[in-house]
Design a protein around this ligand. Structure first.
Ligand code: GTP
Ligand code: MG
Length: 602
């Protein structure tokens, strides 16, 4: 039975193509909100890191009433690290809006999410978005989308996709790219017309697959999914159907999505997306079923982690200065708590009680966890990221990624050299005006640390995106960092006088006044060896004139080591120290003597 009063729609696209901004317009024009509920841009990007970085990190469900239809709208993140989340959400939706930037056209993540939408059996509505951009080329982009559909094996019916032109930012959509529209209503109408209502068995036994997990300190675990069959209400007995042993449970609370949040409901019916409380043992992919007539839904794949890092306590001399949570017990509890809702994360204890192996979907995925912990008052050290190798049919394989770089045409040489040295192979190249579009396949290992180099070699003008491609046989060594580092051998505050002489041979990571300690990395050596230096050395004051000469010291600004840049930068004998006050780079072994001993030991 098709339920016609509900539409479950996922919004999918490449990063930054305007998903959350389009949702803003839909919220504003739905007429269901007070002015005070809709302040600012990207209303759904409500957590602190989302706002700071201008990206969506967590998918969000909202619900809007449009005429007689309830539209459950799911905004998804566009960054490649969160592709697994998009995959799960397309399984819960009955249709999707595929947004494509009217100038950029389809990008790697567009292909990825469209493939997932097809795999979930969805018929996408194409929204050629940002049509207000002066350089927009809507017709061309539309035909590129068409090519992409063909490329992904769309059949005739899929190729006949509905489409519309829109400016999410200005809040309008139009069927004619040359005519500016006056509202976002045509998007709503397309959803009602082309997204099928959920196909459900209203009277059958209860069945729901868990597609998202949430956690609340007050309610505990919250399992979210679309009801495929039957009804559910508080106190119902259910069976949590797993891969292995099934578990009995009782529903404590049923919530439905309403406007910007969730609210307690009498119950939930087939076709609607609900959040169930009381299922402490539910996991992604489990079927929640009627305890008397349990039938499992086909299990869905959960995205496997691709990257690991070693998390340890902070054992630098600065330990405990800034943080509240610094012990291994704190670290362990926090990491295990994260597993409650961060479904692509894995945490493993090691033989050492201070060390944990943390695995995730990429540098951004793990970087966001680390950044969140730092802000919550944790201190920790993190080791160099490593990709996860897999044995397939007896062959050692590694993850490879599809990489797209757009760069000014006169910078193609240096870009190809960097990618080539990291075992990337060119699969496509096309000049477009003064810029060149290049596509590669490259081991994921090769990407670690590459962004900075590509940006440096193109004066910051390259645009770079990558997305998981497949596991391929291990392709051999990839060159390490070319440069050695400068390591402080003293503790104290860095002094301009000392930094001035150091900067002749290096790029500095610290500025005058920054506190340093022995073993801390203060800069990059111009050569390939590590150097031990004293960044706190004062000038001998022989007379007044010499003292005033200090004012004439001109220092280059230090290289800004953001968390992700630092993680990409370090080698195996180094760590990133993360504290509420900031991040520092250090050698694992802080004393020069112990480093010498270790290198002699081989
Ligand atoms: N010119 C123009 N800019 C837009 C439009 N929609 C969004 N933008 C801008 O594009 C940027 C990204 O917009 P978002 O809505 O955050 O994009 P997103 O797809 O949600 O991004 P992720 O969630 O991180 O994947 C912001 O700077 C927006 O202001 C549009 O219709 N026209
Ligand atoms: Mg967004």
């Amino acid at each position: 039975m098709i339920r016609n009063d509900i539409r479950n729609v996922a919004i999918i696209a490449h990063v930054d193509h305007g998903k959350t901004t389009l949702v803003d317009s839909m919220l504003r024009q739905s007429g269901q909100f007070r002015e005070s509920q809709l302040q600012g841009d990207c209303i759904l990007d409500s957590n602190e890191l989302e706002r700071e970085r201008g990206i969506t990190i967590l998918a969000k469900n909202i619900a809007l009433q449009y005429g007689d239809t309830k539209i459950n709208l799911i905004d998804t993140p566009g960054h490649a690290d969160f592709g697994g989340e998009v995959e799960r959400i397309t399984m819960m939706a009955d249709g999707c809006l595929l947004l494509v930037d009217a100038f950029d056209g389809p990008m790697p993540q567009t292909r990825f999410v469209l493939r997932k939408a097809f795999a979930a059996g969805l018929k996408p509505i194409v929204v050629v978005n940002k049509i207000d951009r002066p350089e927009a080329r809507p017709q061309q982009v539309l035909s590129l989308v068409y090519d992409l559909f063909i490329d992904l094996g769309a059949d005739d019916e899929q190729l006949d996709f509905p489409y519309i032109f829109a400016s999410g930012k200005e809040g309008w959509a139009s069927h004619d790219p040359k005519v500016k529209g006056d509202s976002i209503k045509p998007v709503f109408d397309l959803i009602v017309k082309h997204v099928p209502g959920p196909d459900v068995d209203a009277e059958g036994p209860f069945q729901m697959q868990v597609t998202t997990l949430d956690w609340s300190d007050y309610l505990g675990r919250i399992a979210i999914g679309k009801i495929v069959s039957g009804k559910i209400k508080k106190s119902d007995r259910v069976l949590i159907m797993k891969d292995g042993v099934n578990k009995n449970a009782t529903i404590e609370r049923v919530q439905t999505f309403e406007k910007l949040g969730r609210s307690d409901a009498e119950g939930g019916e087939a076709g609607d997306v609900v959040a169930l409380v009381g299922l402490e043992e539910a996991e992604i992919g489990d079927t929640i079923a009627d305890a008397d007539y349990p039938v499992a839904l086909p299990r869905m794949n959960v995205d496997e982690p691709t990257l690991t890092m070693l998390f340890t306590i902070n054992d630098s001399p600065f330990c405990g200065r800034e943080g509240t949570f610094v012990t291994s017990r704190h670290l362990r509890e926090r990491l295990y708590k994260e597993l409650q809702s961060n479904v692509a994360l894995r945490v493993t204890d090691t033989a050492l009680k201070d060390e944990f192996v943390v695995a995730g979907r990429g540098l951004l995925h793990l970087g966001i966890l680390i950044e969140t912990m730092r802000r919550q008052g944790y201190e920790l050290s993190v080791g160099k990221p490593h990709v996860i190798l897999k044995e397939i049919n007896g062959v050692e394989c590694e993850p490879t990624e599809e990489l797209v770089i757009d760069a000014p045409s006169d910078k193609v040489g240096p870009v190809m050299e960097i990618v080539g040295s990291r075992r990337g192979t060119l699969t496509k190249m096309q000049a477009e005006g003064t810029r060149t579009h290049m596509e590669f396949q490259i081991p994921a290992r090769g990407l670690i640390g590459m962004r900075t180099r590509v940006l440096n070699s193109t004066a910051g003008e390259a645009i770079m995106h990558h997305v998981f491609h497949s596991y391929q046989p291990y392709s051999g060594e990839i060159p390490h960092r070319m440069n050695g580092v400068m390591i402080s051998n003293v503790s104290g505050k860095a002094v301009a006088y000392a930094l001035e002489s150091l900067q002749e041979r290096s790029t500095l990571f610290v500025r005058p006044g920054d506190e340093v300690y022995p073993g801390m990395i203060v800069g990059e050596n111009a050569r390939d060896n590590d150097l031990v230096v004293n960044p706190c050395k004062e000038k001998k004051l022989t007379n007044i004139r010499a003292a005033s000469a200090d004012k004439n010291i001109i220092l280059k600004p230090p290289r800004d080591m953001s968390l992700e840049v630092a993680l990409e930068y370090i080698e195996d004998d180094e760590l990133v120290e993360v504290t509420p006050g900031g991040i520092r780079l250090r050698k694992k072994l802080l004393s020069e003597e112990s480093r010498k001993r270790a290198s002699r030991a081989g």
